[in-house]
Structure formats: C-alpha cells, structure tokens
Design a protein around this ligand. Structure first.
Ligand code: ZN
Length: 338
C-alpha cells in the first residue's frame, strides 16, 4: 500500500521535473529510475488485486455450474420424471429390493451437460427433443447459447432420452455440430435390422431414423472406439479428455472424463437411474440396463473411483443441481455437495 500513497509520488514527480529542467543528468537518471520502480510496483499491485478479484468471481458459481481452469461446465435441464421402485431390478440378488421403502418415490431429471472452452461449445447428449417434451433448447437459450453455437455433441449411448434432441422436425437441431459416438454403440443400434423380428425393431428404429436424418443433412458423424483418448482427437481442447467403456447399460455405453486445471469431471451417463437407491445399494439395477451383471460391476467400479478421488460427477439422471461429489458410507455411497 505504501507505493500507492500520493505524497511520495508528488515529491518524486517534482524532483524529476526539477532535475529535468536543471539538466542534471545523473540525478535525473536516479530519480527517473525510482519513479519507474514505484510505477512498476504499483502496476504489479494492481495486476495482483485484479487477478485475486477474477479468481473470486470464478469461485462464485451458480448451482449446476463449475469452472475448471479454462473449461466451463453447466448442467442443462431437459426433463423430469417421477421415479418409484417399479423400474428397479436385482436379478443377481433379489433380496436387496427389500431395502426399498414401499412408498418410495423421487423426481429424477434428464440432464444434458454443456462444456465450453475456447472456440468449442459442446454438449454431452442431446436429451429427448422438443417434440417429446424435452426443454433443452429453452435451457440453452437461458444459458445464452444458440443451437448454431454448438460445435460438437458427444453421445453416451443410443437411448432416446440421450439422442432424441439431435433432430427436430427431421432437421438437425445443431447444424454446425459434429456428432461423436462410440463405434461399439453404433455397431449395435445403427445396424441392418431386416433380420430382427418386427416387434423388436422399435429400440433400434429411433436411432436409425435420427442418424439417417443427420447424415442426409451433411452432419459429420465420428465413431471412435470406446475408451479412446480424445485429447488430440478433438478440436481445440488441449486438456485431458478421455472416453471410457462402461458397457452394460447398453453394449457401447460410454462415459467421459475431462481433466482441466488439475481437476477432473466425470460425465457418467446412465451408470444409475434412481440415485437415492442405487448409491446405497449399487447391485440394484434399472430395467433399462440391458446387461445387469455388467452394469452393476461398472457402477461399482466407477463409484468407488469417484469416491476415492473425490472427483466432480455429472450424470444424466440425477437431481438438481446435478454436479456433486460422492463419498463412501458403509457398503454404499452418499452425495456430497461441491
Ligand atoms: Zn437415460
């Protein structure tokens, strides 16, 4: 603070002006050096204060938002569903279901994760789509992001609540975006279904129609092997960005880990659907899990790791604000606020 006091500055300025008019070059040089030194200290002080103020702003985040260095993450609400115990199964250990209260109910969201960094504005999944009641486009508008701004959409898996929002009225919702999905998921869902019985084609047809519309509109579709390191694969993002196999919910279900500024965020897709139950009893699966044996193993592995490293997590079907850490509690886990 001493360098910001006015009087020494005025005295110094007077001395500089005086010596300048007297033409005494040695004194002038000495005084001028002191002037420059004081000015440098003052500028450093102002710069430091400005940096601290900016850091303070970065920490003052709203619920559902976090900044990891240059990377901004925001949870966008798409829909909400009432959940009860009817969607929960435990074929490997049916007794576990007795832990669920008979009157159990909770509200579970459908969330889309927005990630912004540099010139890239990215969505993880695309929600249900407006025609099916999805509110993603409204949430984007609230976040002051235009659909035209979206440069990429990374899909966790090809269930309708995750890809439905890619297309609206037969046209791409995000005309400037490249769509990325795991090769394994594409191989399973975007296949020739002529040999599949008519009554079983429904779960494939939605994805096939959606991706055919994207292709015919010229939207680039990139299929990568699940588990690929996407750091160099993708755009301007220079921080660590990895995909990870989380097969079980679907044959190519893929989760994403972004690591920026030494902090990790895990986008865990559909590791679980009824968080209030499945954090406590991780062997309980949802009827949507195509391979419950695989799904429960993945759930356990991912949650154990997330708790051990206290990383920030974002799932597709959690509750607001949608970003949290988890911690071990007994044999299960609990949510921890950020
Ligand atoms: Zn889902």
């Amino acid at each position: 603070m001493v360098y910001l006091q006015i009087k020494p500055w005025l005295d110094l300025f007077r001395r500089v002006m005086y010596t300048h008019t007297q033409g005494v070059s040695l004194i002038y040089t000495t005084c001028f050096k002191e002037f420059i030194m004081r000015l440098s200290f003052a500028l450093m002080f102002i710069a430091a204060a400005f940096t601290i103020a900016l850091a303070g702003c970065a920490k003052a985040q709203k619920p559902g938002e976090i900044r990891l260095g240059p990377l901004e993450i925001k949870i966008l609400a798409d829909a909400q569903f009432d959940r009860d115990a009817a969607i929960l199964v435990s074929p490997e250990n049916p007794d576990l279901l007795q832990n669920i209260p008979a009157d159990f109910k909770m509200v579970s969201g459908v969330s889309v994760i927005l990630a912004k960094c540099g010139n890239e504005t990215v969505l993880f999944d695309a929600g249900l789509g407006k025609e099916s009641g999805g509110k993603l486009l409204d949430s984007l508008q609230e976040a002051q992001v235009s659909p035209d701004d979206i440069t990429a959409v990374f899909i966790t898996h090809l269930h309708f609540d995750h890809f439905g929002g890619l297309v609206q009225g037969g046209k791409p919702s995000f005309p400037n975006a490249t769509v990325y999905l795991a090769q394994e998921e594409a191989d399973y869902f975007l296949r020739d279904i002529s040999d599949i019985p008519e009554q079983e084609r429904g779960r494939f047809q939605g994805a096939i129609t959606c991706f055919a519309a994207l292709e015919s509109a010229g939207i680039p579709i990139v299929k990568f092997p699940s588990g690929s390191d996407l750091t160099e694969y993708f755009g301007d993002w220079k921080f660590s960005f990895k995909s990870e196999q989380a097969f079980g919910h679907t044959p190519g279900h893929t989760i994403y880990r972004l690591n920026s500024d030494g902090k990790e965020i895990l986008i865990w897709g559909d590791i679980l659907h009824v968080i209030d139950i499945q954090l406590s009893w991780t062997d309980i699966s949802a009827t949507y899990d195509m391979d419950t044996e695989l799904a429960k193993g993945v759930r356990r592995r991912v949650l154990e790791d997330a708790a051990a490293r206290s990383i920030v997590t974002a799932g597709s079907h959690t509750t607001a604000p949608g970003l949290f850490r988890i911690a071990k509690k007994g044999d299960g886990f609990i949510r921890k606020e950020l």
